[in-house]
Design a protein around this ligand. Structure first.
Ligand SMILES: NC(=O)c1ccc[n+]([C@@H]2O[C@H](COP(=O)([O-])OP(=O)(O)OC[C@H]3O[C@@H](n4cnc5c(N)ncnc54)[C@H](O)[C@@H]3O)[C@@H](O)[C@H]2O)c1
Length: 384
């Protein structure tokens, strides 16, 4: 797989083209105001006339309007479908509604889904596009920090089942992802912080990615610049935010290019997620994805500390970074530990009787991918 990029390391607009011998073609368009170019992007991709436009209920209407208009100005026939907010969008019944809608509007394989919203919408839209007629065109317009740095990049799609998160899904690459940091100006503070949860994860896998891919690290480790640039809180106006988004996109693409189908290196992106998914599920999604990942990341460090891999100081360093960014580090007291263990045991990353964890190594920023633990051993750590 090759990565063609005219990538600015500052905050200039850019396009990254991703092509692979595995028939994967994708691109990322980044820039302030790039949202109004979606119609042009579809034209360049030479897609059919029908567009199913999926959007989250609480997304500010101004964002939807500009995208809708851009598509109509290029002559596309747009069928708007509003989805429920948050995780309720990642549901089998909602997926079936979208399939039916496209069928009743006689969508063909060259038609498209355009999804605007957070990671819940981009996940649902991706799964829907990958399964309708065995795959139609997909364009993603992520509007949350979390979706811009992670959920919309790299082709993982999915819906939730009663038993857990993302239990049905696929790998399916969007034709294009439009990343416009201006969307973040209307994002509630809690969602901005939640996005930081995934960014903290990137900070603590940065060395592994640098060593294993073409990704070029900045002069200072990401965890140090995060602590410094956001010491006074997180805001969409912070000039460090745009370059940070670009940095995470570069990191994720570098990993995905090496290992699109998560055979090995891509598993590093799951740091904090094994416990994180269980926290989300057991809290009935009251603890957000990013918050759960930040708790899960600290837990992975504590686990590594218990078995003598990382020092007390390193655990404290992760907790301090979370505190600076306003992220939680502790599993909430009210979450039933037995329930958590049960959900972790059903996690997709389970193999046989053991549960796989991505675990920090001695050098900060490096992780090992194959740490196994039994449910009983995990219970001892979670219920000391
Ligand atoms: N596919 C992947 O690789 C991947 C990676 C990470 C996370 N995810 C998934 O992403 C989901 C979480 O995504 P999320 O954190 O974006 O949450 P979300 O999609 O639930 O969005 C959060 C809230 O923000 C609102 N919103 C979105 N953009 C806004 C804006 N610009 N202004 C104001 N409000 C806005 C939404 O309507 C919603 O209420 C989880 O389901 C997680 O599993 C997927």
């Amino acid at each position: 797989m090759r990565l063609h990029s005219q990538l600015g390391h500052n905050d200039q607009a850019y396009t990254i083209m991703v092509r692979s011998s595995l028939d994967i073609q994708s691109r990322v368009d980044y820039g302030y105001g790039v949202r109004s170019k979606i119609g042009d992007v579809l034209k360049q991709c030479n897609v059919g006339n029908n567009v199913l436009l999926l959007c989250q209920d609480s997304l500010p209407k101004e964002w939807l309007l500009v995208v809708h208009q851009s598509l109509e100005m290029q002559g596309y026939k747009v069928r708007l479908h509003i989805l429920p907010d948050g995780e309720s969008a990642k549901d089998l019944a909602i997926l079936a509604d979208c399939w039916q809608l496209m069928q009743s509007e006689e969508f063909t394989r060259n038609d498209s889904i355009v999804a605007i919203g957070g990671g819940a919408v981009t996940d649902l839209a991706g799964f829907c596009a990958s399964t309708y007629l065995r795959g139609i065109n997909l364009f993603l317009i992520p509007t949350t920090l979390l979706a811009q740095v992670d959920a919309s990049i790299g082709g993982k799609t999915g819906i939730n089942l009663k038993a857990g998160k993302n239990l049905a899904g696929s790998f399916y690459f969007p034709r294009s992802v439009i990343v416009d940091p201006e969307f973040l100006t209307t994002l509630p503070p809690r969602d901005l912080k939640s996005g930081m949860g995934e960014i903290v994860k990137y900070a603590f896998i940065e060395e592994t990615i640098t060593e294993s891919t073409d990704y070029k690290r900045g002069p200072r480790p990401l965890h140090s610049s995060l602590a410094e640039n956001f010491a006074n809180g997180i805001s969409a106006e912070n000039p460090a935010l745009g370059p940070l988004i670009s940095c995470c996109i570069r990191m994720k693409l570098a990993v995905v290019i090496k290992d699109p189908y998560e055979k090995n290196l891509r598993r590093s992106l799951n740091l904090g997620h094994t416990l994180g998914h269980a926290i989300e599920k057991v809290s009935k999604y009251a603890v957000s994805h990013g918050e759960s990942v930040s708790i899960g990341t600290v837990f992975a460090f504590k686990l590594a500390n218990k078995i003598g891999i990382v020092s007390d100081e390193q655990v404290a360093q992760v907790e301090t970074l979370n505190r600076i960014l306003g992220l939680p580090s502790e599993v909430p007291d009210e979450l039933d530990r037995d329930e958590l263990i049960k959900v972790v045991a059903y996690d997709k990353k389970r193999q046989g009787n053991t549960i796989k964890f991505v675990l920090p190594e001695k050098k900060l920023g490096k992780v090992s991918l194959d740490f196994s633990i039994t449910a009983n051993e995990l219970a001892k750590f979670l219920k000391p």
